[in-house]
Design a protein around this ligand. Sequence first.
Ligand SMILES: *Cc1c(COP(=O)(O)O)cnc(C)c1O
Length: 383
Amino acid sequence: METKTKHAFDTRVVHAGRDLSDRTGALVPPIHPAAAFARESLDAPPQYVYSRRGNPTRAALESAMAELHGARHCFAFGSGMGAVTAVAMLLKADDRVLLPDDVYSNTHRLFTHLTPNNRVRAEYIDMTAVANVERALAAEPTAMVWLESPTNPSMKVIDIAAVARAARARSVPVAVDNSYASPYFQRPLELGADIVVESTTKYLNGHDDIMGGAVFVNDPGLAERLALIQYVGGAVPSPFDCWLLLRGMKTLALRMERHQENALAIARFLESHPRVATVRYPGLPSDPGHEIARRQMHGYSGMIAFEMKDGAGAARRVVESSRLFQLAGGLGGVESLISYPAMGSGASQMGTAIAPSTSLVRLSVGIENKDDLIADLVQALRA
Ligand SMILES: *Cc1c(COP(=O)(O)O)cnc(C)c1O
């Protein structure tokens, strides 16, 4: 598919996915719930055969999302983890994969408890220093480098272009989970990554009302294998969910600007609060990841992590005292959410590579009025 780059992102995101061959002139694509498609004869294969393999509503979504990442190919999945699992299926027995030591909890579970059944070996390293990645690549043959930036939940920033350069020197593909940034603020394919994953449940949909995932690649060989994994693995989204995601995506640019404006105001407020020990928000000049983030991101989204001076008790009181910020594990939607990663899905009986700090609080800042949001945190921090 051709990617159209003549318009700015905020224009393209509104028009992406429109089927110009549709004779009805419909401004939005229809929902095609059909599971199967009829053909004229055995020798005349139709454009669509069976919806697990391909569906017109899903195709409209995939074409729209591909355009946002400047990708040649996009594959939609029924959840972010469906997309992560599809990428993991590219690996084969005795392959070694490097991941960040604070990678998203369920990606960690996948690579610790499921892929070892296929003799895939995962190693967790601190990727905030590229030298650590270089050393690990030099030590042993590696089949894939997996990273996310900013990381969930601790908001560390990893230099995507530098990791991609180090990996490319050894012909190792790099996969980036971009869920915390969205394509509006970060496009890893442009930074040298080979594979991008999004949990579209998060910012791309933005309304906390569907689950979805997507994988983006340019390489035709990877695209061919991912098409087979999507078709045969079968973790595809429903046409209804594809349509909702197409609808939610149209406001991505507007929402991300507002998430960022609100989050920056809240990060500054938290930074000056006497009961808060540390704030991680890459948009803050004081953030250890700020310089790298400034180079590789176009903005900083709505995710904030902060630690309370008085430890676990204080952190728990904050998350249980906020009212506008609802206590819930999701992120990236229009409503503000607060969570306690040490007891959320981030903390597993199965363990994570590094457990989240018990004084850590995570915010997904929504698009409400920022004075109301700050007032809510003022009272929650008094609790
Ligand atoms: C939420 C999330 C996922 C998983 O996505 P689901 O849609 O919940 O399956 C993967 N990676 C990151 C960084 C996430 O935040």
